[in-house]
Design a protein around this ligand. Sequence first.
Ligand code: HEM
Ligand code: HEM
Length: 176
Amino acid sequence: MEIQRYSTTAIIIHWLMAIMIIAMICMGVYMSDLPKGSEERTWFFTLHKSIGLTLALLAITRLIWKLISTSPPLPDIVSATHQKMAKATHHLLYLMMFIQPVSGYISSSFTKYSTKFWGIPLPKWADKNPEMNELFTQVHEISAICLVVLLVMHIAGVVYHMKRKETELFKRMWFG
Ligand code: HEM
Ligand code: HEM
């Protein structure tokens, strides 16, 4: 049976973002424990913010592409319940692709530092506010946990269908 693949653009953005998001989760956890005021902490925070904002731009590009192109429907052999679960997970992953960088950017805006995007300072629209910084840092942490849970469910779904060999699910998101 002919495999209906995602478009090459969708595949490139999917894998680029997957690598960057997984690296960002590891980096975020690592850098948060570094000693305050250390050069290493500043270096990682600056890099994390620039990659995170790049991810926000990629998420916008991806969403636009998703809306203007057509995604291949899942084969009928995948049960209706699993199709619904996959769709819900994908929608929630899209939501997290936005909540994650936006919460990080807002929390950073409530510090005394201006947020830089690859060295370019972004307009400072908020004053230092430790309570708001704490609130959005917590949103950023909780959304990271939700993102990891969704990612585990996403990978489990793909592996489940690969093991059952009823569909060539992985190949739909791979170059061919
Ligand atoms: C943070 C990382 C990831 C995110 C945010 C993510 C997100 C998504 C989303 C939203 C879709 C639906 C297609 C679309 O609209 O773009 C999708 C499809 C897919 N993803 Fe991921 N993904 C991630 C990592 C992975 C990993 C590590 C795997 C490896 C198992 C994987 C395998 C797939 C496959 C095979 C599909 C196609 C599913 C289908 O046939 O409909 N993804 N992913
Ligand atoms: C998809 C993009 C992003 C991902 C996956 C991500 C992930 C994470 C994770 C997992 C943490 C560690 C949370 C913890 O355990 O304490 C973290 C911390 C942090 N992130 Fe992000 N992040 C993203 C984007 C951003 C952006 C765009 C900014 C700012 C412009 C940002 C600013 C921060 C800051 C300042 C911290 C440290 C919080 C603290 O401990 O004070 N992040 N991030």
